[in-house]
Design a protein around this ligand. Structure first.
Ligand SMILES: Nc1ncnc2c1ncn2[C@@H]1O[C@H](COP(=O)(O)OP(=O)(O)O)[C@@H](O)[C@H]1O
Ligand SMILES: [Mg+2]
Length: 352
């Protein structure tokens, strides 16, 4: 067991490491760590070239995780980091693994897929067919995989082995993409929206990072913690961070205020509100957020800080309102704007 102080210290070192290679995006960096410590998976949404892949790779490197084998769980090798490019012809077995016939032994043996890893980067997850997406989402949810009738765990506390999925997608729905259905989006603890750099200064700092070098800056990152630290930190957060009654009440009020039948004015923004699972996720993420700022007690500020990334993909925005906003906000900007305004209204109701 580790102390919460250590969670804060190492968490801060991880954040500093991310900031050495990625300019800006403070909220995205914080949410990546919150999700990792809360035992959740993340969906990074943004156009190509805004450092989504870089963020995930950098975090893996800071934990010393590479593409080599890093653990053996019940005789099964697990890699440190694996990246799978999702394409329309990707099959479930390309992720999970399959039984293959070995002519030498005249028997079937298991070929373990890339899901047997600590970090799985599922790039452009919306380009694969639904069957393949479901296979990934089921593995994320169950934290185990069945191949040829045998079930293999993806996590093991005693082996210090965790399983973390970071999926990316482009919000601009192109032809030949299969947007994840709401029921599946719910499996991601957070959807982290990665927008263009906020200011011209940030834009210039990004160019300067790259100007004098041929390789990616993240290749210089050194490990700041062992992978097993993540498992201990998760336990410390789960057991050591308290959630006071008033924060539970606040979360419940907030989630309920996203639902049109409960709070009719929200229908202007949302067609469908958030589920109880969303409320559980909100509290879990708020606990990790509290630990990262060095507190063993969750406060309303922690819930507020994780509110948008934890809830934005669990509500269905009112399409009429989205269409109204499109001329000024662009196609996907409009969606985020309506969701942001709706969540802000629900938040005001909850904090009254
Ligand atoms: N905010 C940023 N800070 C540092 N580098 C950035 C930033 N945005 C983009 N880059 C650089 O641009 C390139 C594209 O990044 P990448 O992570 O592959 O983007 P994505 O996965 O979003 O398509 C990389 O070389 C990356 O280092
Ligand atoms: Mg990428």
């Amino acid at each position: 067991m580790i102390e919460l102080d250590e969670v804060r210290e190492v968490g801060a070192a991880l954040e500093r490491g991310l900031s050495r290679v990625v300019v800006g995006y403070a909220e995205a960096k914080r949410m990546l760590l919150v999700s990792l410590l809360a035992g959740g998976h993340v969906l990074l949404e943004g156009v190509p070239g805004v450092a989504k892949t870089t963020l995930v790779k950098a975090l893996a490197r800071l934990l010393g995780l590479t593409e080599g084998v890093h653990a053996n769980v019940g005789g099964v090798p697990h890699r440190g980091f694996a990246r799978v490019q999702f394409t329309p012809d990707l099959m479930p077995s390309d992720i999970l693994g399959s039984l293959v016939f070995n002519p030498a032994t005249r028997d079937f043996e298991v070929r373990f897929g890339p899901v047997f890893t600590y970090f799985l980067l599922a790039d452009e997850v919306n380009r694969a067919v639904p069957r393949t997406q479901s296979a990934l989402l089921e593995a994320m949810q169950e934290r185990q995989v069945t191949i040829g009738g045998r079930t293999y765990p993806l996590e093991s506390g005693s082996a210090g082995k965790f399983f973390f999925v970071a999926a990316t997608q482009n919000p601009v729905e192109q032809e030949g993409t299969y947007p994840l259905p709401e029921a599946q989006l719910d499996r991601f603890l957070a959807r982290i929206v990665v927008e263009y750099p906020a200011t011209i200064e940030e834009e210039r700092r990004i160019y300067e990072l790259h100007m004098k070098r041929l390789t990616e800056p993240l290749e210089d990152l050194e490990k700041v913690a062992e992978p097993g630290w993540v498992v201990l930190a998760r336990e410390a957060v789960a057991a050591g961070v308290e959630v006071p009654e008033e924060v539970v009440a606040y979360a419940a009020k907030l989630v309920r205020a996203t639902r049109p039948p409960v709070f009719p004015p929200i229908a202007e923004y949302f067609e469908l509100g958030a589920s109880p699972r969303a409320g559980i996720a909100l509290i879990r993420a708020a606990k990790a957020h509290a630990a990262l700022r060095g507190s063993s007690v969750v406060e309303e500020v922690d819930a507020k800080a994780v509110l948008f990334p934890v809830l934005n993909h669990r509500v269905v925005p009112n399409l009429e309102k989205v269409v109204e906003e499109e001329p000024s906000q662009g196609r996907f900007g409009a969606r985020y704007k309506v969701i942001r305004e709706g969540l802000a209204l629900a938040e005001r109701v909850a904090s009254q």
